[in-house]
Design a protein around this ligand. Structure first.
Ligand SMILES: Cc1cc2nc3c(=O)[nH]c(=O)nc-3n(C[C@H](O)[C@H](O)[C@H](O)COP(=O)(O)OP(=O)(O)OC[C@H]3O[C@@H](n4cnc5c(N)ncnc54)[C@H](O)[C@@H]3O)c2cc1C
Length: 445
């Protein structure tokens, strides 16, 4: 049987928010493209998150500029299904050329001429450009210290769905970023004995002086920060939109019944040891929290904003016993713990992308998503261009930059190919943009 080959100017891999944003910008500038998605649009929002998850930011903020959430209060928090539906509706808005159920298996550079061969579960594509929009969080990471025995049910937060999924007994949740802290809270509220292993974290207030923290980070320029502050590489952010949104406060969680412990160090059979850093981690989290209040107050004063004072936001609850006398060693069996939830983050997986776009540690080498391998683009990665890059409101702007870069490259190629040879250009790469008027066509009268 003949192998089906489809030629296209630009091929986008993945139809999460990044792929949808990319398709919108490419459509706007008339670049022929196809988005290939192995599952469904926004699949990770649909099936890669726990049942009760809502967006971490309010609906007015966690969205693209050109569409509001239809059924969510702007100050409310969209459920994961509503977020997925939003991207489906968004893609429909401009009739995005998305093919679902097609997995990209391999991308290699063409030998001796421009472009790439893309092998998929539905035939082969030839593309001048490939935009990699396969997500910032692809492969769940469980650290090597994880016990090898099957004595405990162990899952990653990517596979956590609800409390009923776990066996009877207590749970150790490892990692206290937004996922770990929300899962621990949910499990404790469902009646489980919960231990939460807390490492270094930032914990901005949910809101302050009548504004959500997303607003504050926006006006303070924090989402636009281009590089991570030194020393923040292993610091997670703990925020929550659950139950209408609230400030993550580890002490309150402890007073509610969750036992906090420090960073998980090692396992020996059923005995787990924790670092003695719990109080320090909590204190640094407080510093981060208070520093945002200070920056917000300074901003409000400097700009003469009439926002209600909120002195009670500076009241920090008393240290719970588990912080004053931290547990450094725990026999999980004796403590009745039967499961472990690893909320320890994700890695990326680019095995299928066999091009010269990576450094010697396997990390994508790029500038604002434009890779060092001409024609390869990355989108949606954490800190791609700034702090907001992996988030809904950030990826749309990065996609626009990449689309602009693609348009510029197409212009160079159109010039190189010269008008009489344009018809021979592969995959429509160098066709002139019919929507661009020539000076002589303009009515200058
Ligand atoms: C628990 C959690 C909560 C989050 N909450 C928020 C939030 O509230 N607000 C916010 O702004 N951000 C949030 N994020 C961060 C971010 O918005 C999401 O991770 C989002 O899913 C990233 O979108 P993406 O399009 O870049 O990647 P993804 O959503 O991961 O989409 C990538 C797509 O590529 C497809 N794909 C992968 N490989 C291939 C292949 N080889 N061939 C074809 N298709 C492929 C996948 O099926 C997937 O659909 C959250 C992240 C997590 C983990």
């Amino acid at each position: 049987m003949a192998v089906k080959t489809t030629s296209i100017d630009t091929l986008v891999v993945g139809a999460g928010q990044a792929g949808v944003a990319m398709s919108e910008h490419l459509s706007n500038i008339g670049v022929p493209h196809i988005v290939l998605e192995r599952a469904r649009i926004a699949e990770r929002w649909r099936t890669g998150r726990w049942d009760s998850l809502v967006a971490n930011g309010p609906a007015w903020h966690d969205r693209f500029p050109n569409l509001e959430f239809a059924e969510v209060d702007p100050d409310g928090f969209a459920s994961k299904e509503q977020v997925a539906d939003y991207f489906v509706a968004y893609a429909k808005k401009f009739d995005a050329p998305i093919r679902t159920g097609v997995e990209v298996k391999r991308v290699v550079r063409n030998a001796g001429h421009q472009g790439f061969i893309v092998e998929t579960s539905d035939g082969t594509f030839e593309a001048n450009r490939v935009v990699v929009a396969t997500g910032p969080f692809q492969r769940p990471l469980i650290p090597a210290v994880a016990p090898k025995s099957d004595r405990f049910t162990q899952i990653h937060s990517a596979d956590y769905r609800n409390p009923q999924q776990l066996p009877e007994g207590g749970v150790l949740v490892i990692g206290a970023g937004s996922s770990g802290v929300q899962i621990a809270d949910e499990l404790q509220r469902a009646g489980k004995q919960v231990y939460l292993s807390v490492g270094p974290h930032d914990r901005p207030p949910r809101g302050y002086r009548g504004r959500d923290f997303c607003w504050w980070l926006g006006v303070l320029g924090e989402w636009d920060a281009e590089v991570m502050r030194p020393g923040k590489e292993h610091v997670t952010i703990a925020v929550s939109g659950a139950r209408g949104g609230h400030t993550v406060d580890f002490r309150r969680l402890a007073h509610q019944g969750v036992t906090l412990v420090g960073l998980t160090k090692s396992f020996d059979d059923s005995v787990v040891t924790f670092d003695s850093d719990l109080a320090d981690n909590i204190a640094r989290g407080d510093e981060n929290y208070l520093s945002l209040l200070d920056a917000a107050d300074a901003y409000a004063a400097r700009n003469g904003l009439d926002l209600p004072e909120e002195p009670e936001a500076r009241v920090i609850p008393a240290d719970p016993d588990c912080v004053i006398h931290p547990i450094l060693e725990l026999d999980l069996v004796k403590a009745g713990v039967t499961s472990i939830v690893w909320a320890t983050g994700y890695a990326v997986d680019f095995n299928w992308l066999q091009v010269d776009a990576f450094d010697d540690k396997g990390k994508p080498k790029h500038q604002r998503g434009v890779s060092k391998e001409p024609g390869i683009y990355f989108l949606g990665l954490p800190w791609l261009s700034r702090r907001g890059s992996a988030f809904i409101w950030g990826v749309w702007h990065d996609a626009k930059h990449i689309a602009d870069h693609i348009a510029t490259q197409r212009k160079y190629l159109a010039y190189y190919d010269a008008p009489d040879s344009r018809a021979k250009a592969p995959n429509g790469a160098a066709t002139a943009d019919s929507r661009v008027q020539k000076v002589s066509e303009l009515d200058l009268s």
